[in-house]
Design a protein around this ligand. Sequence first.
Ligand SMILES: Nc1nc2c(c(=O)[nH]1)N[C@H]1C(S)=C(S)[C@@H](COP(=O)(O)OP(=O)(O)OC[C@H]3O[C@@H](n4cnc5c(=O)[nH]c(N)nc54)[C@H](O)[C@@H]3O)O[C@H]1N2
Ligand SMILES: Nc1nc2c(c(=O)[nH]1)N[C@H]1C(S)=C(S)[C@@H](COP(=O)(O)OP(=O)(O)OC[C@H]3O[C@@H](n4cnc5c(=O)[nH]c(N)nc54)[C@H](O)[C@@H]3O)O[C@H]1N2
Ligand code: SF4
Ligand SMILES: [Mo]
Length: 749
Amino acid sequence: MITPAKTLCPYCGVGCGLDVLPPAQPNRPTNRDQAGNPLWQTRGDRNHPSSKGMVCVKGATVAEALDQDRLKYPLLRRSLADPFERVSWDTALASIVDQIQAVRRTQGPEAICMYGSGQFQTEDYYTAQKLVKGCLGTNNFDANSRLCMSSAVAGYLHSFGADGPPCCYDDLEATDCAFLIGTNAAECHPIVFNRLKKHHKRNGQVKLIVVDPRRTETAKQADIHLGIRPGTDITLMNGIAHLLLSWGAIDPEFIDGCTRGFADYTTVLRHYPPSIVAERCGITVASLEAVAQAWAEAKAALSLWSMGLNQSSEGTAKVRALINLHLMTGHLGRPGAGPFSLTGQPNAMGGREAGGLSHILPGYRLVQNPQHRQALETFWQLPPGSIAAAPGLTISDMVLALEQGQVGLLWIAATNPAVSLPDLNRAKAALRRSPFTIYQDAYYPTETAAYAHLLLPSAQWGEKTGTMTNSERTVTLCTAFRPPPGEARPDWEIFAEVGRRLGFVEQFAFDSAAEVYAEFTQITAGRPCDVTGISHDRLADLGPIQWPCPAQETADTAATKHDKRLYTNGIFATDDGRARFAALHERGLAEPPDDRYPFVLTTGRLYGHWHTQTRTGRIPKIQKMHPAPFLEINPRDAQQLRIQSGEWVEVRSQRGTVRLPVLVTQNMRRGTLFVPMHWGSLWADGAECNALTHPEACPVSRQPELKACAVQVIPLDQSTPTSASASEGTPTALPEPNPSSMLSAAPTP
Ligand SMILES: Nc1nc2c(c(=O)[nH]1)N[C@H]1C(S)=C(S)[C@@H](COP(=O)(O)OP(=O)(O)OC[C@H]3O[C@@H](n4cnc5c(=O)[nH]c(N)nc54)[C@H](O)[C@@H]3O)O[C@H]1N2
Ligand SMILES: Nc1nc2c(c(=O)[nH]1)N[C@H]1C(S)=C(S)[C@@H](COP(=O)(O)OP(=O)(O)OC[C@H]3O[C@@H](n4cnc5c(=O)[nH]c(N)nc54)[C@H](O)[C@@H]3O)O[C@H]1N2
Ligand code: SF4
Ligand SMILES: [Mo]
């Protein structure tokens, strides 16, 4: 019997436990990938508390991408026009250190920027914070979580006084009213959705409500689907609250004892009578009332959300409007109830714990809090004042700083911004202006490699040991089960080595990821995300552990006995212990449709693919599931444009153009279009949805509105290739548009 390695699926924030088995096993033929490399086998870990043995297609196939197109050696070039040349690690690290020193001397530390990722392990995140914010003295560390979770972080912080989802997955089986808003969990958090779906099927009284402008796979399972007009969520939620208030379906005891700001909130709610709300949201009064009634009758209402709320120019306000509903009804801090943000990436949560955004510091601390900075300076044995007092640049600010020539060194790791950033043509032009870009990734090529001077090969999932935290605050040890290919190294080791070479020998005297984690846990003592009771050894012995888990918890109690939910006593993390209502009106989309750009384009995900396809594009089974990009459009809009499924259109916004075959479907609202985000320039020609999106962001969270921009649609001459020829990553030659067919339809919303 071969003992499997225990780890976590490296894709979504559900965080399913995986057992990994080696390619060679007794009495079984060895499976191989297309290139003949032996394949590791993954299967669900039955003992993992979050997933109990379940996995989706991504977790089941992840090992198939391990040996394809890996970046194995450091590569360096003088300018973007030159070819890369292989260099030693010594040369690569020396060039980084030289560049950092030169930039510090000539431009100051604020000209150094790092852009990281929710796909880092917590050890990578922590080491990067220590290096950039502590030793280099700039807070210019931001992560792709800015595009993902920052509105949820800000919403929790402002409403509850601290970040951190208060719920756990057991709530999925304890709720009698699941309210899913702006989340396509069936495709994006499949195992969470499976658990909910089973519970819903087994229990007739359980209501499943889905709010999404698209009729997604998630919406298809709902008792009630509200296909609202994009961007009208705040109006909808205020409208639900208006009805609850008028029916007296609120929890006065909770409101009086545990919250603040209810009076102002009710003043706002007056403006949201059902007729106005239904009209603005594009739904019926009856369906609005049915949803409010489900909330009113619920014993335990659980809301789940993700990018449909967060990726908005008023993302924080949307999150707070949702939390308001829980506060006014007291649906919080007990089984089956609460506002549950589903985190996108596998370690988006660990990133928050380790301070991985430009305005936060490790241990759920804030850059702007002098005591928080001081605590870290002391702990890191750095002189007082080492950590800059102002928040650093967000990724959008970094793009602006690049444009203005203010960046001397840009270090990108574990993200592919040349596909995933909004207003992509502009972002690429900014990347081209960087005098020195380091790009640390596991694969080559990726789209972003074209913008780098130095490529560093990183070890990835299965090749480095470290921890990740999933949506329900459960920390899992991800164990290495194979060596990294070539000279690839774990991200934290690269950061630590650069730190030592810069003279911070004491600060980076780590010999293992376990040592890094042990240091990190110490500075969470007494913080909301206290993990002083967790270590690599304990995780290896006990399995995954949920936080908070303070040191006084013994090894035996840690895994089982502490409360799985936050705020069970009704005391919040604010100064006075009370949660805050937010009295907010809707501002609407940053770029509403108009006569020239009459459609609202939304973007998102498909079940099989992961983001920019670095892994999933190289897995044949997934390629077959989703071979090519497309544009979803409502049948009446298609009729007006005289286009049919499979025919090609050009989609234009004020910023860019893409060409796609259309998929005519009843699942789209009239006037709304959908393009998947997965096809960057390596995988299809001219299908990058971010060529169209705009960079306007939420003023509080600074998260861009990736979910809505205004576009026009122009049918192309139909001698254009069909969708099939764009498959399997082969670039497609596209003809020029035919001017005679350039109609732009104005849909009646
Ligand atoms: N298969 C797969 N799963 C993934 C990922 C992946 O790449 N592939 N990525 C992971 C990551 S990092 C993330 S962040 C999550 C994202 O998970 P989700 O947020 O569930 O996924 P998206 O498809 O981005 O967007 C969700 C829905 O928001 C809807 N929406 C758009 N505009 C609005 C609006 O104004 N209001 C409302 N209520 N809804 C709106 C869209 O129609 C879409 O169905 O998925 C994670 N899981
Ligand atoms: N239009 C539109 N744009 C979006 C979104 C959207 O919904 N619509 N969603 C946004 C969101 S929520 C997200 S999270 C982003 C995701 O966008 P990205 O972060 O750009 O997407 P990924 O393809 O996951 O890129 C991760 C990279 O890290 C590499 N990698 C994997 N493991 C490791 C490791 O251990 N170390 C290192 N160094 N590299 C590693 C992979 O090879 C890959 O190249 O996209 C954002 N952009
Ligand atoms: S649900 Fe998410 S974590 Fe679980 S196997 Fe699928 S992608 Fe991996
Ligand atoms: Mo994300």
